[in-house]
Ligand binder design. Structure first.
Ligand code: ATP
Ligand code: MG
Length: 366
């Protein structure tokens, strides 16, 4: 009698079948993991290997909990035991969102759907894992955009409601102050009140520009001239007297732009640079043409931007300064984008920050 296992030809179909199944499992876009009743990994397909950064050889035979973050990691053996003892299904056939642990120690969100099978009287479990990182990231960005829009709306309403009474209070105080004899303590107090009101008015103005930028009045704008204007505005501030703004680069095509709005944008960038250098040193402003785009680079010799700030740089009200509002970069970005431009910040390890603004020249539109 010929035993099927002794006949090389008889084993062939089984091997082909196995190779075929393996190919199917490895071609799957989602991760597929099979474990036995003790939690030991038996199958770990290619998508799972990519997801977790673990090779197949180092994973087969390990307990599946190595792929989990706490608290599931320490509890997983208990989950399986509970199911095997009671038959109760908490995840099997239902699926749930879980957190995966990559080989490099980072975690990521995934959707796990779990099935159960009997092979030769032994329980095995098959998990299909769908990586949710991209979706979660997209959702986070959408949430941020929605939150930004809300902040903008709220800021605009508050700014608008505060602006008029503020102007009225300032006017009234000025009248009262005018009646006080000059040089008295009371006159000094009134002067201080007016200075504070002006500060508040500036803040409201900044809020309004950020939240509801006016419709740009577009004219062909020479960026070199505009930037020289911003530089001389900056030099007028006594705090920045020890500062030099060096203009460099090539002549550039005119940019269809609202000069007032772009002045506000670049003013914010130059003030940030000046503040980072504590009012002394050189800010380099370089102009160039990149295809039909006019590129403006503002580079400072300050300490640079820490990584944790980099991640939230353009978020309104994010500031590391005692007297900052955190609206500078958010506003600059908004105004640059209003002109169809883009803004990027680079802060290499050794210090110094370069902000690059690309604006479409008149040719870009044609
Ligand atoms: N050139 C730079 N060098 C170092 N850090 C910077 C630079 N530009 C921005 N930052 C960092 O980014 C943060 C946000 O800047 P942003 O201009 O938006 O707000 P701010 O300067 O703090 O306040 P505001 O501009 O409203 O007065 C700053 O607090 C600072 O930490
Ligand atoms: Mg600023």
């Amino acid at each position: 009698m010929n035993e099927p296992t002794n006949d090389p030809a008889a084993g062939q179909p089984a091997r082909i079948a196995e190779a075929r199944w393996r190919a199917v499992i490895d071609a799957a876009v989602d991760g597929i993991i099979v474990i036995d009743g003790a939690g030991t990994i038996e199958v770990f397909n290619r998508a799972a290997q990519q997801m977790f950064g673990h090779g197949e050889a180092e994973t087969i035979g390990c307990n599946v909990s190595v792929l989990m973050a706490e608290p599931d990691r320490s509890r997983h053996d208990g989950y399986i035991r509970h199911h095997l003892d009671t038959g109760e299904r908490r995840v099997i056939g239902i699926g749930r969102a879980v957190t995966g642990l990559r080989r490099d120690g980072t975690v990521f969100p995934l959707r796990l759907s779990l099935g159960e099978m009997d092979i030769d009287g032994q329980k095995h479990f098959v998990g299909i894992l769908h990586d949710l990182s991209q979706r979660t990231e997209l959702e986070a960005r959408l949430r941020e955009a929605t939150a930004l829009a809300r902040i903008g709306e709220m800021a605009a309403v508050i700014a608008h409601e505060v602006k008029n009474p503020l102007a009225a209070v300032r006017g009234a105080i000025q009248v009262v102050g005018g009646r006080l004899p000059a040089g008295t303590t009371d006159a000094a107090i009134v002067k201080e009140i007016i200075a504070r009101l002006d500060g508040l008015n500036d803040l409201i103005q900044d809020l309004l520009v950020f939240a509801r930028p006016p419709k740009p009045k577009v004219r062909p704008t020479d960026m070199r001239r505009l930037l020289s204007g911003v530089a001389s505005l900056l030099k007028r501030d006594p705090a920045f007297a020890g500062l030099e703004v060096m203009m460099a680069g090539e002549p550039t095509a005119p940019v269809p732009a609202d000069a007032n709005l772009l002045t506000i944008a670049f003013q914010n960038l130059l003030i940030n640079a000046a503040q980072a250098m504590h009012g002394r040193g050189v800010i380099r402003v370089t102009l160039s043409m990149i295809d039909v785009w006019v590129r403006v680079e503002v580079a400072d010799e300050g300490p640079g931007i820490p990584a944790e700030i980099m991640a939230v740089l353009f978020r309104p009200f994010k500031t590391t300064k005692a007297r900052g509002t955190g609206l500078g970069l958010a506003t600059a970005k908004r105004l640059v984008e209003l002109h169809g431009g883009r803004i990027a910040v680079l802060s290499p390890e050794g210090g110094g920050t370069t902000v690059t603004v690309d604006l479409p020249s008149a040719e870009a539109a044609t």
